[in-house]
Write a protein that binds this ligand. Structure first.
Ligand code: UTP
Length: 411
């Protein structure tokens, strides 16, 4: 892109603050900014900004509770049969795990990728290493190194790769297949202007965990799955250290019930817990995120006194490979997050805000659920499957997760 094209583009979209910033850059920086501007979808950015003005109304939808199978109370014979079916699938190499580790982890405040965080065990194992242990245990049990694919963001990709390299892949090199990056979207200020970061470039952020489908397709991972005969893909976040990454029951349950996707859940600890809830929205499987749940629905109870929407979505979902390409065909809807972000003003000064001043746009994996013919829900006891590390302290912190982890492994 030439300077003239750059000037025309940014002016016509009301982004002329970029011109002053351009002038402040050295030659290398100028070239980088021109390249970036030629790639940024300005129409798309405008549409994203328009979203920040929309008010979401959930009462327009019919929200009903979802039915779930409780792993605890499932008839023993059926459970054993499912485990047997799932074990067979794992042993014959039909499972892959995709771990979503592209988040920014702003609430935790750890400077590196979240998986590299030491959450305070005596052994000082990091989150990634805790997962390596699970894969190695599965390898012993099933005789297969279950392939592990790690989704990063453009921001933390190199650091993640280097971390594994420096640790010699924790001796699980056979299983750690690929690191692949998800896409990014520009961040906008409250006037819809593209935010500039300290190096003078446009600030972009990972496009949310819903970006996983598109990233699996565009990075050729889905093709790899097909070539390798992988039929089931377990997709989870990096920050739940009790995630059951290699679980024969969820696979067998899906196969036995002819389901193409199953979500693993546990009952919400209390109505205020910050997890999304699985539900049926206008007749289709869905999740209402905690930030988007109305108080009326948050506290609604069934006749028996239980919470109406109690099935917590834990970001642990099993998909049949056959549905991933279809899901990825069409963009998922964007959600707006109002965040604090340092901004470089047109004079090159760094502005550090005290309150949210920037918009980030994300897609959520569960917005794909209504594209599925059916979604199974398999519920576990929370102490068996859920110990998230989200915040630096308090709920869902390293301290709470560590306690749950130690209790689960009898440490
Ligand atoms: P969260 O929504 O909790 O976000 O991600 P986060 O980025 O880790 O933390 P905060 O909100 O900035 O404090 C849940 C899971 O989804 C992954 C995260 O890495 C985490 O495992 N994720 C999230 C992605 O892989 N990409 C994204 O764009 C967002």
């Amino acid at each position: 892109m030439t300077y003239e094209e750059f000037e025309k583009k940014v002016t016509s979209y009301g982004q002329d603050h970029l011109i002053k910033l351009y002038e402040r850059l050295d030659e290398k920086g100028k070239t980088k900014l021109l390249n970036q501007v030629s790639c940024v979808d300005f129409d798309g950015a405008k549409k994203l900004y328009d979203l920040t003005k929309e008010k979401k109304e959930f009462k327009d939808f019919k929200i009903e509770p979802v039915s779930a199978t409780d792993a605890e109370t499932m008839p023993e014979e059926l459970k054993n049969e499912c485990i047997e079916i799932g074990t067979e699938a794992i042993k014959s190499g039909k499972l892959a795990v995709v771990m979503m580790a592209g988040g920014q982890g702003t609430r935790l405040g750890h400077t590196g990728p979240k998986g590299t965080y030491d959450f305070g065990l005596e052994s000082h194992k990091t989150i990634f290493e805790v997962f390596v242990d699970k894969f190695k245990e599965a390898e012993k049990k099933y005789g297969v190194a279950v392939p592990w694919y790690i989704m990063t963001s453009k921001d933390n990709n190199m650091e993640t790769i280097e971390f594994f390299y420096e640790h010699n892949y924790f001796d699980y090199e056979e299983g750690i297949k690929t690191f692949f990056s998800q896409n990014e979207l520009p961040m906008l200020d409250e006037e819809g202007k593209l935010i500039i970061q300290e190096d003078g470039l446009i600030k972009e952020a990972a496009n949310g965990h819903g970006g996983v489908f598109e990233a699996l397709v565009s990075n050729g991972i889905l093709e790899q799955f097909k070539e390798k005969g992988i039929e089931w893909v377990f997709i989870c976040g990096v920050d739940n250290i009790l995630a059951k990454v290699v679980d024969p029951l969820v696979i067998g349950y899906s196969i036995k019930n002819k389901l193409l996707a199953t979500s693993v859940s546990c009952i919400k600890a209390n109505p205020e817990e910050k997890v999304g809830v699985l539900c049926i929205k206008d007749g289709k499987p869905s999740v209402v995120e905690y930030t988007e749940l109305t108080d009326e629905l948050r506290y609604a109870k069934k006749e028996n006194g239980e919470l109406l929407l109690s099935e917590g979505h834990l970001l642990m979902n099993l998909f049949n490979v056959s549905v991933i390409a279809d899901i990825a065909k069409e963009e998922l809807p964007y959600h707006v997050a109002h965040k604090k972000s340092d901004i470089i003003d047109e004079h090159g000064n760094v502005i550090k805000p005290d309150s949210p001043n920037a918009y980030k746009f994300e897609t959520f994996i569960f917005d794909a659920f209504d594209r599925l013919p059916e979604l199974g829900v398999l519920r576990y006891k929370r102490e068996e499957c859920f110990a998230p590390i989200k915040n630096a302290e308090g709920v869902d912190s390293p301290e709470t997760a560590r306690k749950l982890y130690k209790a689960y492994y009898n440490l």
